[in-house]
Design a protein around this ligand. Structure first.
Ligand code: R5P
Length: 296
């Protein structure tokens, strides 16, 4: 049987996944040096075991460092295999050399996880599908559709339209439009820099519709808030946004409060660290637990 552990970034989610599996959640023995350096030490409890480490790598970067050290500690202590459950992986927006001299952070993180000793990864809604190819071990790339779709159905919206707020969201948004058999509306997003949206043009008819924006993440809220403003200005009667990863940094709070979004639906891949009005959280725990059952 797999031994389950959750790092400090994903304690609440780890408990939910363990509950779904009817298994205990182990405690990672973690020491901290005076300067803040982490030192996990398993002391033989994982010898010969298949260890599962649950940890999203949202900021600060210590969450990633903690995960790498814990994988290494498990391997050093004789674990036969380590499966990493990182529903949110940070640094995935650096997925290609956008500009000469830029880093490819997604590739680097894949290399670091492999070097630490990870043998398998379960993750959700990566920024782009091709990131999976950066990993030289098996990756289960899940989508939050199994929790978002039933919630959308429960809303009983009669004139659904799915909106891709930028070109990177088209493939995942199209799957929702096809599932519900309703129109897909594309947006053309022009960026002025990281987290800076210069302009969004809605390219399709949204008058009188219940528009649902689908995105992998909401960070400063610039993308979904500007898209929502344009959709409302063009006559959408309801605008909701479904974003798997609630990064929610910078101006997110004030933007979301004034954007005219009727609801923002996120998951617990990243825990909400602040109270956000109009935000509903769906849990990824049930479908992650199913994925773990399949690989154990
Ligand atoms: C962009 O390519 C991503 O899919 C998101 O749309 C973007 O990162 C969200 O960031 P923000 O909320 O700061 O606009």
């Amino acid at each position: 049987m797999m031994q389950l552990y959750a790092g400090t970034a994903s304690q609440a989610l780890g408990k939910k996944i363990a509950e779904q599996l009817g298994q205990p959640l182990g405690i990672i023995p973690m020491h901290r040096f005076s300067d803040g350096e982490l030192y996990p030490q398993f002391k033989g409890s994982v010898k010969g075991a298949h260890v599962c480490l649950i940890q999203s790598t949202y900021p600060p970067a210590d969450h990633l460092m903690e995960l790498l050290l814990t994988i290494d500690a498990a391997k050093q202590a004789g674990a036969s295999a380590v499966t990493v459950v990182a529903p949110y992986l940070g640094y995935m927006r650096q997925d290609r050399a956008h500009h000469t001299g830029g880093s490819i952070g997604a590739q680097l993180q894949a290399n670091l996880l492999a070097a630490a000793g990870a043998g398998r990864l379960i993750t959700c809604d990566l920024h782009a599908q091709h990131i999976v190819d950066f990993f030289d071990f098996p990756v289960a790339h899940l989508t939050s559709a199994p929790v978002f779709i039933p919630y959308i159905q429960s809303l009983q919206l009669s004139r659904l339209t799915f909106v891709a707020p930028d070109s990177g969201s088209v493939a995942r948004t199209k799957q929702y439009a096809q599932y519900f058999g309703v129109p897909l509306v594309l947006c053309k997003k022009r960026k002025a820099g990281p987290n800076q949206v210069a302009d969004i043009q809605v390219q399709g008819e949204v008058g009188g519709t219940d528009a649902i924006i689908i995105d992998d993440m909401v960070d400063t809220g610039g993308t979904i808030c500007l898209a929502a403003q344009h959709l409302k200005a063009q006559g959408a009667r309801t605008v909701l946004a479904f974003c798997t990863h609630a990064v929610l940094s910078g101006y997110a709070h004030s933007r979301l409060a004034s954007a005219g979004l009727d609801e923002l639906v996120v998951t617990d891949a990243i825990p909400l660290r602040q109270d956000f009005p109009q935000v509903k959280v769906c849990s990824v725990a049930p479908f992650i637990a199913r994925a773990l059952q399949q690989c154990s």
